[in-house]
Design a protein around this ligand. Structure first.
Ligand code: FMN
Length: 138
């Protein structure tokens, strides 16, 4: 059955945009091989990622991602069956979140800053969808 997972985490100290670009390049290739689609948003102090695919494939990928020292404090926001993919254009789409995205991001926040762990599963997907709509497909 098709599942969708979303999680938030914190970039490890010293992680740069170049490091993230490398993660996305590898992820894109590997996810395509496993029938996984998804989207990753990165800001200097958080990652937010959605993954879609088979339940077993997503579970084993998350185990790998969870051990990755390039981020910490991973919190799962949602993991549930879905009827159709919402990020089907991307094996791993990517958006770097900038100050200019505040209008979008803060709509999902309870205060003046978004802490992604406060997002509901639906909120995390809605935010990633909005960010993905501003991103050109590969
Ligand atoms: C924030 C973040 C997101 C990641 N997303 C993916 C992903 O979607 N797919 C993937 O294959 N690896 C992803 N990775 C990388 C994996 O943790 C791992 O390095 C990669 O799958 C290679 O695993 P290997 O040890 O089998 O070579 C991500 C890493 C980080 C830090």
């Amino acid at each position: 059955m098709l599942y969708q997972l979303s999680y938030a985490s914190k970039p490890a100290a010293g992680i740069t945009v170049e490091n993230v670009a490398e993660i996305v390049a590898v992820s894109s290739k590997r996810n395509a091989e496993r029938g996984i689609t998804g989207f990753l948003a990165y800001r200097s102090d958080w990652f937010l990622q959605a993954l879609e695919g088979g339940q077993a494939q997503i579970s084993s990928l998350l185990c790998l991602i969870g051990k990755d020292p390039r981020h910490t404090d991973l919190v799962i926001l949602g993991f549930h069956p879905i009827d159709q993919r919402q990020f089907r254009s991307w094996s791993m789409g990517y958006a770097a979140v900038h100050a200019g995205d505040k209008d979008v991001v803060l709509r999902y926040a309870s205060g003046n800053e978004l802490s992604p762990t406060e997002l509901s599963a639906a909120g995390s997907i809605a935010l990633l969808r909005e960010l993905s709509e501003r991103t050109r497909t590969p």
